[in-house]
Every structure is written in C-alpha cells, then in structure tokens.
Design a protein around this ligand. Sequence first.
Ligand code: ZN
Length: 120
Amino acid sequence: MNKKDQEFFKELLLNQIEELLSQADDTVSGMTLPKENFPDPTDRASLEADRNFMLRIRDRESKLIKKIKKALERIENGTFGICETCGEEISVKRLKARPVTTQCIDCKTKEEAQEKALGL
Ligand SMILES: [Zn+2]
C-alpha cells in the first residue's frame, strides 16, 4: 500500500471515529433526562427499554471505536492492509468497504466456513 492510500484510510478512520463519538455524546445526553419527568410507570418502563437499547448501541459503538483505533495503529506501524492470517495484502476495494478488517477476503471466507462447520 502506498503513502497516498495510507493517508486516505487514516482520514477515513479518523472521520469514522469522530462520527461515532458525536453519536455517543447524543446518547449520553439522551440518558441524563431527569426521572421525575416520567411519573407514569408505563413511561418509565419504556424509558428503561430505551436506555437498555442505547446501552447496547453504545457497547457496539465502543467495540467499533476500539477496532478503528487498532486500524489506525496499524497504519502507523505499517501493517495496515496486510492480512494477519496469510500476510498477503488486502485489496484496497475490500478495505474501502471495511477499513477495520484485518483479514483478506480469502482468509475471512475460510474462517467463516470453518466457524459454520463447527457450528459457531
Ligand atoms: Zn489472508
């Protein structure tokens, strides 16, 4: 991967992180609504459900943020775009669709087939 591609993906990943973090801020402000605004127990139950839903989303977001940070580290140390299983270069097309990926399509497909065979 050349320098220009690396810069491209760095920018892409940084933008993604920024977006996720600003969404996370929205989630937090949505969660700090004072309880006394919902005296009706039905409302409170639905508020609880909303809260659980938001926490699940936040969990997924934070996992994704970790993956993006790892990808940025790989850009810094020069291993970005290299399949961690076979050591071959991952195609730029695949990286554009999924920049946090650490495997080439061949290895990923094989792994998924194995997981399926093992019933995972
Ligand atoms: Zn591979």
